[in-house]
Design a protein around this ligand. Structure first.
Ligand code: NAD
Ligand code: DAU
Length: 335
């Protein structure tokens, strides 16, 4: 099987590539990534020499480049996206290009190349904020509240349209908040760990009582693997681990694990349009595909804190932009 994976140099994509190379040593994986600020090939140094893995620098908005790289692929897994809500609030243009136009270009190219399965990596944020006591199911209305979520929702509509109009075999995942190794330190957990390690303030938005359902990234990758192989065509699958925590609970847990004082917490102005609560019901993927998370929040967060503590050089290079030199060293002279 030949997989065309977009956005594989990012957080979830790089963990997924590592998972797939380990689980299916006979598969051929092509990682197609534009290497935006969030794309970091240092996330994949340990697999870069694997004969079944190759990297192509490219933009999913470039149809000719996609057509060339996708040739021969059996399946597409589309991780490529602008993924940070705060950046989308500052400026949404790149989100529309990558997340909406890019997805449609990929769908067209996949049809042209005879791809037999297209996996769209969507998000629970498409359903907006979840009322207390309720849980999002796959049939909950789509009510995106941030420009990022709006762009991911638009992409889902194009995915559905490709299925209904052209019969393309598509499956969509809607995961909750992932955490774990190789997450860019702009997102809550890696940002808070790296700030705490340097005794810097931990900026908590608003009252800190917004909640998210935290999912360890390896569990998410196993779920995507299952959906890709066994998900029913045209269906959507929520992925969540029933580990709902307030942001304050998260930062306090991190400070305790790092042996740092709670006085580092600093309440700052809230995010505009800040969704109060995400809570997904993962019953469908559990009952249909037999998926359950392996990590509890306690085991996952401990592993995560250890990883960031032991990989402070990775964090430092992600923060300073030093990781970009790696691409130049590896690929700069290859044209
Ligand atoms: P990320 O920001 O870490 O990585 C995104 C990757 O996509 C980067 O490597 C970047 O270079 C690449 N990319 C961006 N624009 C591109 C383009 N035009 N062409 C090719 N590559 C491009 O993101 P992530 O957190 O790993 O998220 C991956 C996917 O999962 C996204 O689609 C996101 O919406 C979705 N998702 C993320 C989470 C989460 O908690 N992180 C949860 C649910 C869904
Ligand atoms: O739910 C899935 C989504 O989770 C994904 O689709 C997105 O790509 C991913 O970025 C994530 O979105 P969030 O906005 O939930 O994640 P973020 O890490 O940015 O923020 C998590 C919570 O922490 C949110 O309530 C905002 C808060 N926060 C975040 C940052 C960066 C703070 O209080 N302070 C911060 O500095």
């Amino acid at each position: 099987m030949r997989l065309f994976i977009t956005g594989g140099a990012g957080f979830i994509g790089s963990n997924f590539i590592r998972h797939m190379l380990g689980a299916y040593p006979e598969y051929q994986l092509v990682n197609f990534d534009k290497l935006t600020y969030a794309g970091n090939l240092e996330n994949l140094v340990d697999v870069a020499g694997n004969a079944n893995y190759s990297f192509v620098k490219g933009d999913i908005c470039d149809r000719a480049g996609v057509d060339q790289a996708i040739a021969g692929a059996d399946a597409v897994v589309n991780f490529a996206a602008e993924s940070h809500v705060d950046r989308s609030i500052e400026r949404a243009t790149e989100f529309i290009a990558a997340n909406v136009s890019g997805t449609q270009i990929l769908l067209d190219a996949a049809r042209g190349a005879g791809v037999t399965r297209f996996v769209q990596i969507s998000t629970d944020e498409v359903m907006g904020s979840c009322a207390e006591g309720e849980y999002f199911t796959e049939t909950s209305p789509l009510r995106p509240n941030s420009p990022y979520a709006a762009s991911k929702t638009a992409a889902e509509h194009f995915i559905r349209a490709a299925h209904v109009t052209f019969g393309l075999d598509v499956v969509t995942t809607r995961a909750s908040n992932n955490y774990g190794p190789f997450q860019f330190p702009e997102k809550l957990i890696p940002l808070m760990i790296s700030n705490a390690l340097e005794d810097r303030k931990l900026p908590v938005y608003g009252d800190g009582l917004n909640t998210r359902d935290w999912l360890y990234v390896e569990d998410c990758c196993r779920a995507i693997d299952l959906v890709m192989h066994k998900g029913r065509s045209g269906e959507v699958y929520n992925i969540g681990s029933r580990a709902e925590k307030t942001n304050l609970e998260i930062v306090r847990t991190l400070l305790d694990l790092l042996g740092k004082p709670h006085s580092l917490i600093s309440f700052v102005t809230d995010r505009l349009g800040h969704d109060r609560r995400y809570a997904t019901d993962p019953s469908k993927i559990e009952s249909e595909l037999g998926w359950t998370p392996r990590e509890t929040f306690e085991s996952g967060i401990e592993k995560t804190v250890c990883w960031y503590t032991e990989n402070s050089a990775w964090v430092e290079r992600a923060r300073s932009g030093g990781y970009r030199e790696y691409y130049e060293r590896m690929y700069g002279k290859r044209g």
